[in-house]
Design a protein around this ligand. Structure first.
Ligand SMILES: [Mg+2]
Length: 281
């Protein structure tokens, strides 16, 4: 069957997507995702942009592959890989990083050549940080967060390390409700150091959207971003001047949109599901 895109997507060459709530929910593929992604990937540039820093790009690619969506690692940008790419480019002098975060974040940073102090120093006592140098403290969601890990991060920042955050999502939605997100770890660290992160990579900041456009060499006028959250996905896409597309079936509902009075959170296009990227006439 030959497929045609809806008129609104004429001229779009980069199709960028949020993962959870747009393509899948947990281990389940959402309606239209496979058809849409397969068609788009055969004809245009496709990139996934996710705020989740806990898993590696490899693991996310494999998860998508199991769901029937075949992408390459360089088509997946997570706040972990984006942070590593950004720091390697903008902080060439920085070597040593203390990580408050999970394996995905540590792996992506190590891949760019950074020394992960958590591994280097073994069981460092917070009191002993003064004997060591640290260039950056990078914070993401950490489901194994301990008092010591937080305390060491706090001390390194107070000793002069730069404070970087992958993303600031306060909560992490799961099927039965919400858990603390990276923003909750950042709130704890910020309380101790008395300041906010110098840089935040994740949506709604524009850095990840810009990385996607830069890596594909496609401008914002020819780029669209599909997301399910107004305050991250849509706000970030609008800030980045991409065409913003709200897909229902995830977080935001029509009622949420009706209640919003911030024009920066209004999507350019609304879709019931990803099947609606196609012209049904
Ligand atoms: Mg989402």
């Amino acid at each position: 069957m030959s497929r045609r895109l809806r008129k609104e997507f004429e001229g779009i060459e980069l199709f960028a997507f949020d993962g959870d709530g747009v393509i899948y929910r947990g281990a389940e593929l959402l309606p239209g995702a496979e058809e849409a992604l397969t068609f788009l990937n055969n004809n245009f540039k496709v990139v996934i942009i996710t705020n989740n820093s806990t898993t590696t790009t490899d693991a996310r690619r494999l998860k998508l592959e199991k769901l029937g969506i075949n992408l390459t690692n360089d088509q997946i940008i997570s706040s972990a890989s984006a942070t590593a790419t950004y720091l390697a480019k903008t902080r060439p002098q920085a070597k040593k990083i203390w990580v408050i975060g999970e394996q995905g974040l540590r792996y992506e940073l190590a891949k760019k050549g950074f020394i992960i102090l958590n591994e280097e120093l073994g069981k460092l006592e917070p009191i002993n940080t003064v004997q060591h140098s640290c260039d950056l403290v990078v914070v993401g969601m950490d489901r194994k967060l301990t008092y010591d890990r937080l305390a060491i991060g706090c001390r390194f920042i107070r000793q002069g390390a730069e404070y970087i955050a992958t993303n600031v999502d306060q909560t992490f939605p799961i099927e039965s409700g919400v858990l603390p997100g990276a923003g909750s770890m950042i709130a704890a660290l910020s309380a101790c150091v008395g300041k906010q992160p110098a840089i935040i990579l994740g949506k709604p900041e524009s850095l990840m959207y810009e990385q996607a456009m830069e890596e594909t060499a496609i401008s914002a006028e020819k780029s669209a971003f599909f997301g399910d959250r107004l305050e991250t996905d849509i706000l970030g896409a609008n800030r980045s001047k991409m065409t913003s597309v709200l897909v229902y079936g995830g977080i935001a509902s029509k009622e949420d949109l009706a209640k919003t009075d911030d024009p920066c959170m209004f999507p350019d296009i609304e879709l019931q599901s990803l099947l609606d990227i196609f012209d049904h006439s």
